[in-house]
Design a binder for this molecule. Structure first.
Ligand code: NOJ
Length: 567
């Protein structure tokens, strides 16, 4: 048996619970959760009305993707005013009410902050355009002269994450083509210049605005992006002259050390407030960088995307558990686990791509992953995740086993990655949720309207079809979360270790954590518990598929514990 020590726990000082260390956080994507006003776009009142569903799962917190004023060119990640609510989603009063109701249900509230870029409709960007080259207004963003004889070439060779150039040239007041501005994402998302102290001050005010309204934390968008390398050097290029990113690395504009100064600043702001406010970073960084982001004076957590990227393979999964635990442990931070979010192919579909596992750029109509297999494995992976120490992030609809939707007409797709790069994009994981099988729009909105079409398969998966049904994905999540809480499975240091059975047969992962043993059978064939190196007297607490006659079916997982572990 191989153990890894996870016992480095920063002692909670008097009165502090450090609630975020083992919290299960449910991500709400406001456009697609629930629509109260019937326009087909989810809204804050819709969310508030459905918070009991979220609370009934047994999670600790919600994270709300952006609901701020925005032209919605990137689903709200193009913010025109961080301190107001987009009329599509409601009003500031609706946000206050949502926070109040969530708190009354015992749910903490995390909101998104999007500091790498703003919308091009942000008043300050509009002023920068009007003010012209060399002005203090332009210095809030990253404007540069172009290369080439007449400045006709972009200032460097950086590519946008959403495909195409990361630079757009503006037309100056005299009508001539002028400077270029940087946008690591869409043209409508200009990057802020974090070398300018005014940008720091502006964001400090945004944090305070929401902290004053009672939020418990922030999910920091593109947390590895704000600090650009000195002189904006070109990316390395391959033999074809195209920019390349070496395997395991990130583009030159990500993961620069300057971001850490920002988080130290923000941590001080959070710590001024009572109630243990926290930050979790969305940072697609090489694993080795994790400890820097979660140092005691920076972020509380970063998403551990290695787990999400791991294939359905015992060695890959084991590595994706061991490494982040070891790295976060170096600085006394908890790790996080996540399988789905609004940017990746839903895990119920992802695991249906044997043998390869693909998570980015969406699902095309031509691809036909095995839906049944995908869901079986997704349920098993979820059980594995929810038994691990640290904090877990769930994405709305995964508790219903929702698949990625491939069948969205191109003209209805909104993802800028689709529009710029022709890839299917991320709309397939953002389709509005089914609440009731027999209602128009499956209960998403009172009128049946839905900003993206819902597939027929959503009927059987609707929340009302699964509630109270033994073995449904919804009830499996509820039971797993109940047991996780009762057995304190999220706690770091509660058991001191996660360990693996090295003598497990091929294709079977056996993980021991605290009072539970998790058996994940990645093979298509059943395995008999009696043949495995586990406690044969142990009780089956929960299975991702029915566990009959001591057999773990193929592509399934089970939690085992000694009798009485729950008491
Ligand atoms: C990450 C967000 O999760 C994604 O949805 C968005 O498109 C980019 N950051 C840009 O803000």
């Amino acid at each position: 048996m191989t153990s890894i020590n996870t016992s480095t726990t920063v002692p909670a000082s008097e009165g502090r619970t450090e609630w975020w260390r083992d919290a299960v956080v449910y991500q709400i994507y406001p456009r697609s959760f629930a629509d109260a006003d019937g326009d087909g776009m989810g809204d804050l009142r819709g969310i508030t009305d459905r918070l009991e569903h979220v609370a009934s799962l047994g999670v600790d917190a919600i994270w709300l993707s952006p609901f701020y004023t925005s032209p919605q060119n990137d689903g709200g990640y193009d913010v025109a005013d961080h301190t107001d609510v987009d009329p599509r989603f409601g009003t500031l009063e609706d946000a206050d009410r949502l926070i109040e109701v969530a708190h009354s249900l015992g749910l903490k509230v995390i909101v998104d902050v999007v500091p790498n870029h703003s919308s091009s409709e942000h008043e300050l960007f509009q002023r920068a355009l009007a003010a012209g080259p060399g002005s203090p207004e332009r210095d809030l963003y990253i404007f540069r002269e172009g290369r080439g004889e007449n400045g006709e070439l972009p200032p460097n060779n950086w590519h946008s994450i959403f495909h195409g150039d990361a630079w757009t040239r503006v037309t100056e007041a005299d009508g001539r083509p002028g400077q270029w501005y940087l946008h690591l994402f869409d043209t409508t998302q200009p990057d802020w210049n974090w070398d300018n102290p005014a940008v720091h001050a502006l964001h400090a005010d945004i944090l305070r605005f929401w902290l004053d309204r009672g939020v418990d934390g922030f999910r920091v968008d593109v947390a590895h992006g704000m600090a650009k390398p000195e002189g904006l050097p070109d990316s390395p290029v391959g033999s074809d002259g195209m920019a390349v990113v070496p395997e395991g690395e990130v583009p030159v504009y990500f993961d620069n050390d300057g971001v850490h100064e920002i988080y130290r600043e923000w941590r001080k702001i959070l710590d001024e407030y009572p109630g243990e406010r926290m930050m979790v970073g969305e940072a697609w960084i090489p694993e080795r960088s994790i400890p820097k982001y979660v140092a005691p004076d920076e972020m509380h957590q970063v998403f551990n995307f290695g787990f999400l990227q791991a294939r359905w393979d015992t060695a890959a999964m084991r590595r994706a558990i061991v490494e982040p635990l070891r790295l976060a442990d170096q600085v006394g931070a908890p790790t996080t686990w996540v399988l789905s979010n609004h940017d990746v192919i839903r895990h119920a579909t992802r695991y249906g791509f044997p043998p390869d596992h693909r998570f980015g750029e969406g699902l095309s109509r031509e691809e036909t992953p095995d839906a049944e297999l995908g869901l079986r494995r997704a349920r098993a992976a979820t059980l594995l995740m929810l038994a691990l120490p640290g904090s877990a992030y769930l994405y709305q609809g995964e508790e219903l086993g929702l698949p990625e939707v491939a069948d969205i007409p191109d003209e209805l797709r909104e993802d800028p990655a689709h529009k710029r790069g022709g890839v299917p994009g991320r709309d397939g994981c953002r389709v509005p949720l089914p609440w009731r099988a027999d209602a128009p729009g499956y209960g998403f909105s009172p009128t049946g309207a839905s900003w993206l079409p819902q597939p027929g398969s959503f009927g059987l998966l609707a929340a009302d079809q699964q509630a109270g049904v033994e073995g449904s994905t919804l009830e499996m999540y509820r039971e797993a979360l109940r047991l996780r809480r009762a057995l304190k499975l999220g706690a770091h240091g509660a058991s001191d270790s996660v360990s693996f059975s090295d003598d497990a047969p091929d294709g079977v992962l056996i993980v021991h954590h605290g009072p539970v043993t998790i058996v994940v059978n990645t093979t298509p064939d059943p395995v008999t518990l009696a043949t495995l190196p586990v406690d044969h007297e142990a009780t089956v607490l929960l299975g991702s598929a029915p566990i009959e006659a001591g057999c773990v079916p193929g592509d399934a997982a089970v939690w085992l514990a000694a009798d009485g572990a729950e008491s």
